[in-house]
Design a protein around this ligand. Sequence first.
Ligand SMILES: Cc1cc2nc3c(=O)[nH]c(=O)nc-3n(C[C@H](O)[C@H](O)[C@H](O)COP(=O)(O)OP(=O)(O)OC[C@H]3O[C@@H](n4cnc5c(N)ncnc54)[C@H](O)[C@@H]3O)c2cc1C
Length: 299
Amino acid sequence: MKPAPFEYAGPRELDEALDLLAEHGDDARVLAGGQSLVRLMNARQVSPAVVVDINRVPGLDTLGLFGDNGSSTLRLGATVRQRTSELSDEVAAHAPLLAEAGAQVAHAPVRARGTVVGSVAFADPSAELPAALLALDGLVKVRSRAAERTVAADDFFTGPFRTSLAPDEMVVAVDVPVATGRTGSAFVELTRRHGDLPVCGAAAVVGVGDDGRVSHVRVALCGADERPVRVPAVEAAVLGADDPAAFTEAAAVAADGTSPIPSCHGSADFRRHLARVLTARALRTAFARATSPKETTDA
Ligand SMILES: Cc1cc2nc3c(=O)[nH]c(=O)nc-3n(C[C@H](O)[C@H](O)[C@H](O)COP(=O)(O)OP(=O)(O)OC[C@H]3O[C@@H](n4cnc5c(N)ncnc54)[C@H](O)[C@@H]3O)c2cc1C
């Protein structure tokens, strides 16, 4: 099929893009990498009257460190491609979870166009990058013509393909606090075929104190609920642990309270099972990487 007729706008300034969103609201859609939007338009699942292509807006391709001491936060602008993030030395050094999760998105040609922010804004409950952003304690930078605000990733995802964005707002960047001390991370998933969206995936960030015990931990899941979710019960159970065996026990509650969306790719029960198994695996790998940085696989 072909999309319904629409008007194409290619603004050259951010204000111009924001004016278009303010003017057209729900009738407009931002076009970033187009890897999801164009497919939905072709299937006429969405039919915006105006498509606002942000790819020529200067400054949205920022990828780098900033902050009070010049290095506390990693920022990825709205047109940074998933492939650019995956191959970036700065992402590898300061937010390796983003690179590891990003490398598991689709295939390289899709990632060469698709953007990190586009994936976050699209909010597919099975997608890798929103879960990674949650585990990294990320922030979503939002702009409209009238205001700008910063939303914690925890508050950004509100349901399947739903976010707290208003129709006149767009995401201009995502920010990730730079990890300090002995920190390891891991993203693991199960897909039906290489490059498919995961049936379920788990992201873990583990910080280890001088005493060898877990001092900081965040775990997030995709494919396990109607939106990417954190699992605070697992995080609480893991704090203070110094033995990877504790992670398997803690992960037993990873699926408690989740409401997975069943599909032909996996029943709700299967997704709950995966949530437990993948959480344990992500935690073990993240811990191993925190305690012996050369570790790369499941311990
Ligand atoms: C064959 C194929 C396989 C795929 N497999 C996977 C996979 O395994 N895992 C996965 O996570 N994804 C997968 N995807 C989706 C892919 O990652 C997309 O790139 C991503 O979902 C959307 O990013 P985009 O930049 O292409 O956004 P677009 O398609 O341009 O936009 C997607 C939606 O987000 C909105 N949007 C985009 N940017 C902004 C912004 N800055 N502010 C506000 N709204 C915005 C758009 O209006 C639109 O509604 C796959 C896609 C294809 C074609």
